[in-house]
Write a protein that binds this ligand. Structure first.
Ligand SMILES: *Cc1c(COP(=O)(O)O)cnc(C)c1O
Length: 395
């Protein structure tokens, strides 16, 4: 029996699930860098196009390497179906646009990754889809935002960059009572530490660019859901409009999945170590880490997550000038807006990822001028802590 069909534990599925071996019996997954496929006969081509015979037709919507990535992600997440996309934003856009049409309404938590917020707040309304942004941690706001034409709810948890935790099961219940679906962007939690389907989500999306690649190479995304959800909302949109993942990226990301568990556990340990090393520092005014008992939603984190986070956010006393001096004094940790990389990366959200939303929206989200977000890499945790402490001395 192929390994992917056996109910192994998640770490084992990350290494084996979905593998399709060619006639050469290769150990490592093959890279099928092909646009199209040839048929043995005209009749076979006809059968393929009529879906009467399984097989590949065109890599905009079917490719063996991409299929392996999709099957591995589906097996790992416990989803019936998955579709890979070129980027995480393509996954989010497809998951939302695929369900919505003019006249519909979407409710989303306002603490969203910058481009996700753009899609909900600016892009969907251009097509006649109304949107309401709520404080995701306030369940009453979700309830009050529901309208007769509300079709879907959208959230991420933990949120970027303040690492707020939203009660996914409670929001799913409100969505379903309203006849709406719930889409969860699970990037920050990673599939290792949070399983939104078991909490009631109808669709889960990832930017594979982050922890799934984990080494800063390829962009990618994936939409996971029931077979019906994918067929009704996602498959044809990707097939006909083409935000597809390249086989090369799928191959890199498949290899990334093999090491995901080892990397994320190590990076999470480092983030926890950093939060402890810095929390009482006189130049730190706020420490946010979902694994800590002093986190505002620690009880919900405990209930719905199996681990902390590879990210830790903290506020440096002295606002923007101090945050800039701190970042510029770092020698090992690099300044970058990316996350989930093997290299530790630091971001100043107020002037980069969250600059577009303006000071009022930032204040509402708790994104102060002193706040920085650290994505912990795979370096030795002591080297990361020493670099951060030395840079704080320089502030
Ligand atoms: C990065 C990210 C995205 C977008 O992914 P891309 O691969 O950069 O398009 C969406 N949501 C979250 C939470 C992210 O961190």
């Amino acid at each position: 029996m192929p390994a992917s069909n056996v109910n192994y534990r998640p770490e084992t599925r990350l290494v084996h699930a979905g593998t399709l071996r060619s006639q050469f019996g290769e150990t490592s997954e093959a890279l099928f860098l092909t646009q199209g496929y040839v048929y043995d006969s005209a009749a076979q081509a006809e059968r393929r196009f009529k879906n009467e015979e399984p097989g590949y037709q065109y890599s905009r919507f079917s490719n063996p390497t991409v299929a392996m990535f999709e099957a591995r992600m589906a097996a790992f997440e416990g989803a019936e179906a998955a579709r890979a996309t070129a980027t995480g934003m393509a996954a989010v856009t497809v998951a939302l646009m695929g369900q919505l049409k003019a006249g519909d309404h979407i409710v989303a938590a306002k603490a969203l990754f910058g481009s996700c917020r753009y899609v909900v707040e600016d892009f969907l309304p251009r097509y006649g889809i109304a949107s309401t942004l709520v404080d995701g941690t306030d369940l009453e706001q979700w309830r009050k935002a529901v309208r007769p034409n509300t079709k879907t709810f959208f959230l991420e948890s933990p949120t970027n960059p303040t690492l707020e935790i939203i009660d996914i099961a409670a929001v799913a219940e409100i969505a379903h009572a309203a006849g709406a679906t719930l889409v969860v962007d699970n990037v920050f939690a990673t599939p290792l530490f949070q399983s939104p389907f078991t909490l009631g989500a109808d669709c889960v999306v990832y930017s594979a660019t982050k922890h799934i690649d984990g080494q800063g190479r390829c962009l990618g995304g994936v939409v996971l859901a029931s077979e019906k959800f994918i067929q009704d909302n996602v498959h044809n949109l990707i097939r006909q409009t083409g935000p597809s993942m390249s086989p090369f990226n799928a191959w890199v990301l498949l290899k990334g999945l093999e090491t995901l568990s080892v990397r994320v556990h190590r990076q999470t340990d480092t983030a926890a170590t950093v939060s402890v090393a810095l929390v009482d520092h006189p130049k730190i005014t706020r420490m946010i880490y979902p694994g800590r008992p002093d986190h505002p939603q620690a009880a919900i984190a405990q209930k719905q997550m199996r681990g902390g986070s590879t990210l830790v956010s903290f506020e440096i006393k002295g606002g923007k000038a101090a945050a800039f001096r701190f970042q510029d004094a770092l020698k090992l940790v690099r300044i970058s807006n990316n996350l989930g990389d093997a290299k530790s990366l630091i971001t100043h959200p107020a002037t980069t990822t969250h600059q577009r939303i303006g000071p009022a929206a930032r204040a509402e989200l708790g994104i102060t001028d002193g706040l920085v977000r650290l994505s912990c890499g795979l370096e030795h945790p002591d080297d990361v802590c020493e670099d951060l402490l030395a840079a704080l001395d320089a502030v």
